[in-house]
Design a protein around this ligand. Structure first.
Ligand SMILES: CC(C)(COP(=O)(O)OP(=O)(O)OC[C@H]1O[C@@H](n2cnc3c(N)ncnc32)[C@H](O)[C@@H]1OP(=O)(O)O)[C@@H](O)C(=O)NCCC(=O)NCCS
Length: 288
């Protein structure tokens, strides 16, 4: 393999960020970092380790610093993302170079990542182990009642600041295996148009939630204090529901929820730690 140098792209590396943004859609068709970046969400927590060739990024591994919550204990860790190599440059060891640079930056701290079926054999080469994620559901009959709770837009800088504050100062949605302070992770699918609406349940509790068919999907809850989520359901739904699906382990908000099989779409890999032995789901809005 030719000798190559890895560039670290941080918050202030505007020119290199542009090149990173050009690279991403060439590897991940539906992904784009531009709007997220325009929102000012690329902060010190996010660093891209990129290999450049002829003025463009040809391979990359990004590192998002995360305040992980492991069985109630907060631990600094990292989540890898945007791991890839341009199709024209694969099988030359370039992804290995950027993976090693990114993992050097993580040291001995816990690292996790969400992969896909094509790379299940790739991550074990770097010390990662596959980890099962469980789906959680509850049977619950409810009808729409009362004024709908407001929908908040992250296009609004104050809403982004509000989410950042709630996420970093409030309660994690799960203590079992979760995180806090990940507003800039949650905003990424919003900036890409993939996320469910953000709804305001009172002043100090926000939830990403939406109804599909007869099911309410509660993807995540950000709250300053414990509150009765159940009481808000009639104002969160616009038609009758019969069940709820959770994007996180609902031990706090819905202790009677039951496991509903394995999350076959997660492909979680972990390194330097073991998440809870109990069934768990790392919050979907905390996936990079
Ligand atoms: C997966 C990917 C990053 C590999 O890039 P690459 O530059 O071809 O990888 P490298 O040449 O550095 O390979 C490093 C090692 O992993 C192996 N490897 C590469 N791709 C692999 C795969 N998909 N599955 C298993 N092993 C793989 C290589 O054989 C090599 O092993 P070796 O050192 O023993 O020879 C690249 O195929 C890609 O961008 N895929 C699409 C994007 C994607 O799915 N990314 C993962 C997101 S979670």
């Amino acid at each position: 393999m030719e000798s190559v140098e890895v560039s670290e792209i941080g918050r202030f590396d505007i020119g290199l960020q542009e090149l990173f943004c050009d690279y991403v859609p060439q590897v991940f068709r539906r992904a784009d970092f531009r709007r997220w970046r325009e929102w000012g969400e690329w902060n010190d927590d996010y660093r891209a380790f990129a290999l450049m060739e002829a003025g463009r990024v040809v391979a990359n591994t990004s590192v998002m610093r995360m305040r992980l919550v492991l069985e109630g204990r907060e631990v600094m860790g990292y989540q890898l993302g945007a791991v890839g190599c341009l199709p024209s440059h694969r099988r030359r060891g370039l992804a290995r170079v950027v993976m090693n640079a990114a993992l050097d930056a993580c040291g001995d701290a816990p690292v996790l990542l969400f992969a896909n079926p094509t790379v299940r054999q790739f991550y074990p080469r770097f010390g990662f182990q596959p980890q099962i994620q469980t789906l959680f559901a509850a049977t619950y009959d409810a009808v729409s009642e009362g004024p709908p709770t407001p929908t908040l837009s992250l296009d609004d800088v104050e809403v982004r600041a509000g989410l950042a504050a709630l996420s970093s100062e409030g309660l994690p949605s799960t203590e079992r295996f979760g995180a806090r302070g990940y507003a800039t992770v949650a905003s990424w699918p919003v900036a890409n148009g993939f996320a469910r609406p953000l709804r305001q349940l009172g002043t100090d509790a926000w939830a990403f939630a939406g109804v599909e068919g007869e099911t309410l999907y509660l993807d995540d809850v950000f709250a300053r204090e414990p509150f009765d989520l159940r009481a808000w359901i009639p104002r969160l739904i616009d038609r009758p529901i019969r069940s709820i699906r959770f994007g996180f382990t609902p031990e706090r908000y819905w202790p009677e929820a039951v496991t509903a099989g394995e999350d076959m779409e997660a492909d979680l890999f972990v390194r330097n730690f073991h998440p809870s032995q109990e069934a768990h789901r790392f919050p979907v809005m905390a996936h990079t």
